[in-house]
Design a protein around this ligand. Structure first.
Ligand code: NIG
Ligand code: FE
Length: 445
């Protein structure tokens, strides 16, 4: 792995933005619910000024260029501000991918073929495939090799407009290899200009050497993995795969309690393959419940009163060839805050593309393009407890922006299987991409 230093933070003035999706919704604190999920705060022919990695102002291009304070600031920083003419394109907050598993070494091609031949998730796992088949690669890999896989993933995410990523461990499942995975995330994060939030997923599955002794494995998670990850400040969150094929409700509660006692926040994979009761987990104030393919009405109405975000990951349903998707309409209409994420992982969702997840959300879960965008930005930020810094374009927030080579925001989920992201700005650092789409007037900087 090449040891790159984080590129220097730049200051930028973006002008002639065809549609600026600010996602600002003044007077409505908290994650977006119900009809608020489609409020994008659009400004036509807009400008944004970013200084020192922060957004300092936005408005129409005409007003910005006339504003005495903006003019003075530009004059004072003339050689330090990059002017970017967006030639009518769409600019929005960088995507917040709030659920990824990037620490693995190899794709799971045997599982892929078996599934095509008709094997189920459970059958593949029982035959030695699934999560357990990714363990050997991670256990044998050096930390630097894992970090290089993570940085590759982060760079590809950048190219698709993602500026904040939650990254889980979970393919080591020994104390040493879970900590090594978290260290790899930390090393990769230190080389990437975007923002990474690390999550310990020691409770991903019970590894073979603990078969039939899941209580002892949970002891290892609670008594060794969590305390070490916390004391070495390697993780912000603890995650649990709570399902009939993974950890029980009681085990999840034990793990959440251990996390809380070490000052770590919690999130969980729930209701992916079977319904998992959620009420008793809410007392741990999880930042997010992810997957949510199966959820009962009672839990739904409880979630509508909490800030726990339901993070939907339709890439997994797509890749598993499922006919059913999480019922996003039911969740949104009940007032549950919904986010979208890629669930990037080698078994069930090998995609790094938030626009792909958004496209699936629109076509398969009947979310509108506007809802998909808010779910991929501001509600993703809420799912990581970063909404004070991320997910919308407002003065004081981090300068995290994505510029798409489209004239209308609805084109972002519309064009699927191609990447229309042209430029990403992460904490003020600009990353350009050659798109080759041939639209007139590529962003000039
Ligand atoms: O989110 N559900 C558990 N974890 C992953 C799958 C991981 C794997 O199969 O490697 C998920 O879909
Ligand atoms: Fe996952």
């Amino acid at each position: 792995m090449t040891k790159n230093r984080k590129p220097r933070t730049e200051s930028a003035l973006l002008i002639n933005i065809g549609q600026l999706l600010t996602l600002a919704l003044p007077g409505k604190p908290g994650p977006r619910r119900g009809p608020d999920l489609k409020q994008l705060g659009i400004i036509q022919d807009a400008a944004v000024l970013c200084l020192g990695g922060k957004i300092v102002s936005f408005g129409t291009t005409k007003d910005a260029l006339r504003d005495p304070w903006v003019r003075k600031t530009i004059r004072k920083n003339r050689n330090r501000i990059t002017e970017i003419d967006c030639t009518g394109k769409v600019v929005l907050p960088g995507f917040v991918d709030s659920h990824t598993h990037p620490v693995f070494t190899t794709p799971r091609l045997v599982d892929f073929e078996k599934r095509i031949e008709g094997a189920s998730y459970e059958e593949i796992a029982a035959a030695g495939g699934g999560i357990r088949s990714s363990l050997e690669g991670v256990r044998n890999a050096k930390q630097a090799e894992l970090a290089s896989h993570v940085i590759d993933a982060l760079q590809q995410m950048t190219a698709h407009g993602t500026t904040t990523v939650e990254a889980k461990s979970g393919y080591g499942l020994t104390l040493e290899s879970e900590l090594k995975s978290l260290e790899a995330i930390r090393d990769a994060a230190s080389q990437w200009p975007g923002t990474v939030v690390a999550t310990l997923l020691g409770a991903h599955t019970v590894p073979k050497e603990f078969a039939g002794r899941s209580a002892q494995y949970v002891d290892l998670v609670c008594n060794e993995m969590i305390p070490n990850a916390a004391s070495q400040r390697l993780a912000h969150f603890v995650d649990v795969f709570h399902d009939k094929v993974a950890f029980s409700l009681e085990e999840t509660q034990r793990i959440f309690a251990a996390a809380a006692s070490h000052g770590l926040a919690v999130r969980a994979h729930v209701g992916q393959l079977s319904e998992t009761p959620l009420e008793s987990l809410l007392r741990f104030n999880p930042a997010s419940f992810d997957h949510m393919d199966h959820v009962n009405d009672r839990d739904l109405s409880l979630l509508a009163k909490h800030d726990t975000v339901a993070t939907l990951v339709p890439g997994a349903n797509y890749f598993l060839g499922m006919k059913e998707y999480p019922n996003a309409r039911r969740l949104i209409d009940a007032g549950v805050p919904v986010a979208l994420a890629t669930d990037y992982n080698p078994g069930t969702s090998p995609t790094l593309s938030m626009p792909m997840a958004m496209s699936l959300a629109c076509t398969q879960m009947k979310m509108s393009p506007a809802e998909a965008i808010a779910a991929a930005t501001i509600n993703g930020a809420w799912a990581l407890r970063l909404a004070d810094r991320k997910g919308s374009i407002e003065p004081g927030k981090d300068a995290d922006l994505a510029i798409f080579d489209v004239a209308d925001y609805r084109e972002i989920p519309y064009w699927f299987g191609v990447n229309r992201c042209e430029m990403t700005i992460m904490n003020g650092t600009i990353s350009r991409r050659v798109t080759g789409h041939g639209r007139a007037g590529a962003c000039r900087a």
